[in-house]
Design a binder for this molecule. Structure first.
Ligand SMILES: Nc1ncnc2c1ncn2[C@@H]1O[C@H](COP(=O)(O)OP(=O)(O)OP(=O)(O)O)[C@@H](O)[C@H]1O
Ligand SMILES: [Mg+2]
Length: 362
């Protein structure tokens, strides 16, 4: 479990040190910095897939990423504390709109010793050397392996695209089922694998979809007749003999299907990150979504940003982190039950948010 996240100098986050729990729900007005917080993990995913330079280029250069630009903030740093390990790195701008590592460090806290063991694995490099450290027989190999295993398992999922070119609607490789892809690009292949190997979880998913979309009968999951290595999303509608595929699903239904497949799958990634998962869902579907999120947080760890009062109402105050942007920087504050004890008897958290009692409103 990711216990603590420390960020300095990234976008609107000048500095933040956030203790995390199993369930973390970030709320706040538009522009508060919620997506920037989830964005830390997108950024981390890019760093770990050795695409830091690509990320910097695609996002407008280091000046856009550094807090109020590189004149104000010469470098940015991140630290992730999880289990007995931590991973930390600091980046600074370099010529040609690139960024280099000022340092990259791994930690291991053996409880027998007061201070954690740490090793700086590189400086001045352009892409992470964590994999190299884990793969070569030098000092720190074991710790690097552990760190890599941990950080690689934190995934930002994004199912907002339901256009005709949405990844979930495309024909997919039938064997692409090792893990559910962050953009649901292997939805049909993954459901097919679950149906064959984990029928209970598969049934569970179908039942949850039926709660939200009562017309939905089941998926039709079979290899393509023209090419048995391929599969695509097809389904049956109750009382209809017509042909339905991904293109026939409504936007909200497709998003809900992706969320159900993610949250109800047999083995979850160790940290699931979602930005506004409620997008386009009916309030009743949001209630079901909140139940799936809570259940997933009991098995793993979840962090999400939301604008939905309905979703917020389902969670306990301890899960909630309020993002506020004072115009220059974002700060994050966790709600405590004590904060709310006087109010909670009469109102739900969502009500209090709407009434602007807990902050996090424009
Ligand atoms: N390099 C930067 N330095 C300082 N602030 C930045 C930087 N880049 C972005 N910001 C700030 O971050 C804000 C956007 O934050 P973010 O996208 O996280 O908001 P949000 O809380 O997700 O809002 P919404 O609810 O609209 O999605 C911008 O309005 C801007 O003020
Ligand atoms: Mg946002």
């Amino acid at each position: 479990m990711l216990n603590k996240l420390t960020v300095n100098g990234f976008k609107s986050i000048e500095s933040c040190e956030l203790e995390l729990q199993r369930l973390n729900v970030v709320i706040g007005p538009n522009g508060a910095g919620k997506s920037n917080l989830i964005g830390v993990f997108r950024f981390l995913n890019s760093v770990l897939s050795k695409q830091l330079q690509l990320y910097v280029g695609e996002n407008g250069g280091s000046d856009r990423l550094l807090h109020h630009g590189e004149k104000t903030t010469p470098m940015m740093s991140f630290r992730f504390d999880f289990g007995y390990n931590a991973y930390s790195f600091c980046l600074k701008p370099a010529v040609g709109d690139t960024m280099v590592f000022d340092w990259e460090t791994i930690y291991f806290h053996d409880t027998r010793y007061l201070h954690p063991w740490n090793l700086q694995i590189g400086a001045g490099h352009k892409e992470t050397v964590l994999h190299d450290t884990a793969n070569t027989s030098g000092s720190g190999r074991r710790v690097a392996e552990h760190v890599l295993q941990g950080v690689q398992n934190w995934v930002v999922y994004h199912f907002h695209d339901t256009s005709s070119s949405a990844p979930a609607k495309k024909t997919q490789d039938i064997d692409d089922n090792r893990a559910f892809r962050p953009d649901a690009a292997n939805l049909a292949a993954f459901l097919y694998w679950m149906k064959l190997n984990h029928p209970t979880e598969y049934r569970h998913i179908v039942e949850h979809i039926q709660l939200v979309a009562p017309f939905f009968e089941d998926f039709v999951l079979e290899p393509s007749r023209n090419n048995p290595n391929k599969i695509k999303l097809e389904w049956r509608q109750k009382g209809s003999g017509a042909y339905f595929d991904g293109f026939s699903l409504s936007d909200g239904t497709l998003r809900f299907i992706c969320l159900a497949a993610l949250l109800l799958q047999p083995s979850l990634p160790s940290l699931i990150l979602l930005d506004e998962p409620e997008l386009g869902l009916h309030p009743f579907a949001i209630t079901i979504l909140s139940e799936m999120i809570e259940a997933a947080a009991r098995r793993s760890q979840v962090m999400l940003a939301t604008q939905s009062v309905t979703l917020l109402n389902q969670f306990s105050p301890e899960a909630i982190i309020i993002a506020n942007n004072d115009g220059l920087h974002t700060n994050f504050r966790r709600l405590t039950e004590q904060d709310l004890s006087i109010w909670m008897n009469d109102y739900s958290v969502g009500d209090l948010w709407e009434k602007n009692v807990i902050g996090g409103r424009p």
